[in-house]
Design a protein around this ligand. Structure first.
Ligand SMILES: *Cc1c(COP(=O)(O)O)cnc(C)c1O
Length: 437
């Protein structure tokens, strides 16, 4: 009889993801790449890097800008065979799920912007999150996470973890004693979001990093709401930063993508998960993301300018009960925002008189903001937690997480602040002039 081998035998000795394992045994003399030869990636100002880092001007044709390498596979030559044999396949082009010049170009731009050694792009933010979390946790491990997690991440922890023997404890991200108390002997990861949704709490990441270091746990932060112009998250002691690039990084609401950035050693551990789960980014999407990133710095300045003006206007309106914008002095995290954020973002959450019915009338009365979920695009988007992001909650559950009736989520685009203010002025006047039923 032939020998029967069972893959994934639960009693087998598991290779440890977290001790470094095979990575430490390898003596690889490599560049910090992968990156395309022929251009400089010197640390410069953020806007200069947004335009130039990673971008590959094609020397053969003189084309300015990275060509779209729309290919699934690459001719195998000695270098490729050698890289497979010696275990550095990430550094050669073999097959586009493994790597492609269009991916490398945008990865290098993202790494430069985050001040990271290395970055990988993914086919969505969720692909980046799943691959990163699975790479940094062993079977049976535990994660301490924020109780205000993005719904998709919550579902990953809640629905997928039990089948893998993994578990998660959700903790209030303001409560550092509770965070520390939640760390168990099998805790391998702390997972938080830089700015939470929808109340836009600005998390004290340096404090989380201090706890993570002291307790020998890795810290992963989803900084989708705080792109690198606002905050270079790794500088605050985070091990790996993740973004849904579908939001501010791409900035044009025309793409789904994700990124994980950090030290080369950790990104090398995440890369095999990209291969296994298959969430690689298509070359054409890489082109769009790279193009979007070139204007990240000026877009973020425009988001801040319009959002700040609109937040002040809303705060002064008699029918608006609360406004959450981190750069308003009334925001509970104003001091943290001043300390950690170099630039504001476009997200504003506010509560209007008359509850969710009034909020519905408001979004219908507005002309410029489009009713849609998502954020970070050049166009203003507006949505209500009660019928979108927190629709599965009861009103009691919404109250528990601080979402009052009449709560509105607004992602301010780069339109002129005066036009946005005029639009809100007319919409608020319209809905409160008609008698409420
Ligand atoms: C949108 C979002 C994600 C998921 O990203 P996708 O690109 O939609 O997969 C993750 N985290 C946060 C905070 C988000 O806003």
């Amino acid at each position: 009889m032939t020998e029967i081998k069972t893959l994934g035998d639960p009693n087998s000795v598991q290779p440890s993801n977290t001790s470094g394992g095979w990575l430490n045994d390898l003596d690889r003399k490599r560049q910090a790449g992968p990156f395309l030869a022929g251009h400089s990636c010197a640390a410069r100002g953020m806007s200069t890097m947004a335009v130039h880092a990673g971008t590959h001007d094609d020397p053969r044709t003189g084309a300015v800008g990275t060509p779209i390498y729309q290919t699934s596979t690459f001719v195998l030559a000695d270098g490729q065979y050698q890289s497979v044999e010696e275990g550095f396949a990430r550094d050669r082009f073999i097959y586009s799920r493994y790597g492609n010049p269009s991916q490398w170009a945008v990865q290098e731009k993202l790494a430069a912007l985050e001040g990271a050694e290395s970055a990988i792009v993914f086919s969505s933010g969720m692909a980046a999150i799943t691959s990163t979390v699975m790479a940094l946790m062993d079977k049976g491990a535990h994660v301490v996470a924020s109780s205000d997690l993005y719904g998709g991440t919550y579902n990953l922890f809640n629905q997928e973890f039990p089948t893998l023997g993994m578990s998660a404890t959700m903790v209030d991200s303001y409560d550092f004693d509770a965070i520390e108390a939640a760390i168990q002997p099998n805790t391998q990861l702390m997972y938080f979001e830089a700015i939470t949704n929808p109340l836009l709490k600005v998390i004290d990441i340096p404090r989380l990093a201090e706890i993570a270091k002291r307790r020998n746990v890795r810290l992963v932060v989803d900084a989708t709401f705080a792109p690198p112009i606002a905050m270079r998250t790794l500088e605050h002691g985070v091990d790996v930063v993740i973004h849904s690039a579908s939001k501010y990084l791409n900035g044009h609401s025309d793409l789904i993508a994700g990124v994980a950035a950090g030290p080369r050693k950790l990104i090398d551990m995440i890369w095999p998960r990209l291969l296994n789960y298959g969430g690689s980014l298509d070359p054409h999407a890489c082109f769009l993301l790279e193009r979007g990133l070139k204007t990240l710095a000026i877009r973020m300045r425009a988001h801040e300018e319009s959002a700040t003006a609109l937040a002040h206007y809303l705060e002064g309106h008699p029918r608006v009960q609360k406004v959450f914008y981190p750069f308003l002095e009334s925001h509970p995290d104003f001091a943290t925002a001043k300390r950690l954020l170099k630039n504001g973002t476009g997200n504003i959450t506010f509560v209007i008189e008359g509850g969710d019915a009034a909020a519905l009338r408001l979004v219908n009365a507005l002309d410029i903001p489009k009713q849609a979920t998502s954020l970070g695009g050049v166009e203003s988007l507006i949505s209500l937690p009660f019928n979108t992001s927190q629709a599965t909650f009861t009103s009691r559950q919404r109250a528990d997480v601080g979402i009052d009736p009449g709560c509105v989520r607004l992602s301010v685009g780069i339109e002129n602040a005066a036009d946005l203010i005029a639009d809100f002025e007319q919409a608020l006047a319209t809905i409160y002039s008609t008698k409420e039923t």
